[in-house]
Design a protein around this ligand. Structure first.
Ligand code: NAD
Ligand code: IPM
Ligand code: MN
Length: 366
């Protein structure tokens, strides 16, 4: 298959983990006989420095024309002055909005290595398999923002259509899983949440009677997620709640650096990125965990290119590399594994070795 893939490395550890991810993408192309054309463009702080704009028109145009977009991360202290007129994060938000990528899928499936690295008790983690569906183009992120001398406000708004479409995506995913959806809101306080709950109930009753729907308030959900993570299947929620709950859920997996995401809309094109940020505290040292970015490649192969076998091969290669002790400092730290930590590039190498192993075996036999 041929595919045009735009790569947006961004800032901080973004370029480091993206380099690892593109090596894996290229290896998939080689192993399975695909032709992926990768083109790199500016976003975030790097784009502000070069052009003054966190999402230059050329980047947005390239992303629109592409089959899929692979992104690292944006932001950093250098562009974080509260007085700044433009911020790197605006580029990412404009990209999501510009491509109408309203559903952000964030799977959480702790690997056995998590049993050691997670702060959660191991017996609570076995069998955890969550899919968080975060609404991505509405809510408080995109409402009117006001600032005056003595105050500020951010408007949180949702339309019925915005809630319906993300709810449908969550239910469709649940149909391929355990048919259980928990819709998370703050309906005891927020009007947007009362609408969210109403629409969720109607969509499931009318269109997905085979799905079991539960409602949960976000504050207690934050607690249940750690206390009984195994009880959940698909969790669907609005933009900001989803942002916060998934960083929390990353601790079930053992590290923020492990979680991938897929941002999708109606078409096949999507943006694939790890859920972590630019991690300025560890940038430039070859110590960032590239697995979230590499697993985002798997989601890209699955959701935008419909290459399920290749997606699974990448996921298995990551799992094997972790099994065999290819651990970056976030996982190997504090003597948890008893193994020394390896770097970002070495971790990518370990994944590539596992990915290529069956091919190499064939070549040797030949
Ligand atoms: P962060 O996710 O960048 O980092 C939080 C902590 O997790 C840090 O201690 C970091 O070192 C660690 N961490 C993150 N990714 C890691 C990895 N792959 N391997 C090992 N450790 C990792 O969050 P933050 O520090 O709150 O934000 C830093 C900047 O990133 C901010 O400007 C923020 O806006 C931006 N950000 C961008 C994205 C994105 O581009 N999608 C996502 C989140 C945050
Ligand atoms: C994420 C990030 C972004 C968000 C920021 C950088 C705008 O935290 O992708 O999780 O809040 O959506
Ligand atoms: Mn986030």
């Amino acid at each position: 298959m041929r595919a045009d893939i735009v790569v947006l490395p961004g800032d901080g550890i973004g370029p480091e983990v993206t380099r690892a991810a593109t090596r894996v993408l290229q290896a998939v192309a080689d192993r399975y006989g695909h032709h992926f054309t990768l083109s790199t463009h500016l976003i975030g702080g790097a784009a502000i420095d070069a052009t003054g704009d966190p999402l230059p028109p050329a980047t947005l145009a390239a992303c629109r024309a592409a089959d899929a977009v692979l992104l690292g991360a944006v932001g950093g202290p250098r562009w974080s002055d509260p007085q700044a007129k433009v911020r790197p994060e605006q580029g990412l938000l404009a990209l999501r909005k510009g491509l109408n990528l309203y559903a952000n899928l964030r799977p959480v499936q702790p690997h056995p290595v998590a049993l050691r690295a997670s702060p959660i008790k191991p017996h609570l983690l076995a069998g955890v398999d969550l899919m968080v569906v975060r609404e991505l183009t509405g809510g408080i992120y995109f409402g009117d923002k006001q600032r005056s001398a003595d105050g500020a406000s951010d408007l949180c708004g949702y339309t019925v259509v915005e809630i319906e479409r993300v709810m449908r995506r969550a239910c469709e995913l649940a149909r391929k899983r355990r048919r259980h959806v928990v819709s998370v809101d703050k309906a005891n306080v927020l009007e947007t949440s009362r609408l969210w709950r109403e629409v969720a109930t109607r969509v499931v009753a009318e269109e997905f009677p085979d799905i079991e729907l539960e409602h949960q308030l976000v504050d207690s959900m934050a607690m249940h997620l750690l206390a009984r993570p195994r009880d959940y299947d698909v969790i669907v929620t609005e933009n900001m709640f989803g942002d916060i709950l998934t960083d929390e859920a990353s601790m079930l997996a053992g590290s923020l650096g492990l979680l991938p995401s897929a941002s999708i809309g109606e078409g096949r094109n999507g943006v694939y990125e790890p859920i972590h940020g630019s991690a300025p505290d560890i940038a430039g040292r070859d110590i960032a965990n590239p697995c979230g970015a590499i697993l985002s490649v798997a989601l890209l192969l699955r959701h935008s290119l419909q290459l399920e076998e290749e997606a699974v091969a990448v996921e298995q290669a990551v799992a094997q590399a972790l099994d065999e002790g290819a651990l970056t400092a976030d996982l190997a730290g504090a003597g948890l594994s008893g193994q020394p930590a390896i770097g970002t590039d070495a971790t990518a190498r370990a994944v590539l070795d596992r990915l290529c192993a069956p091919l190499c075996a064939v070549q040797l036999r030949d």
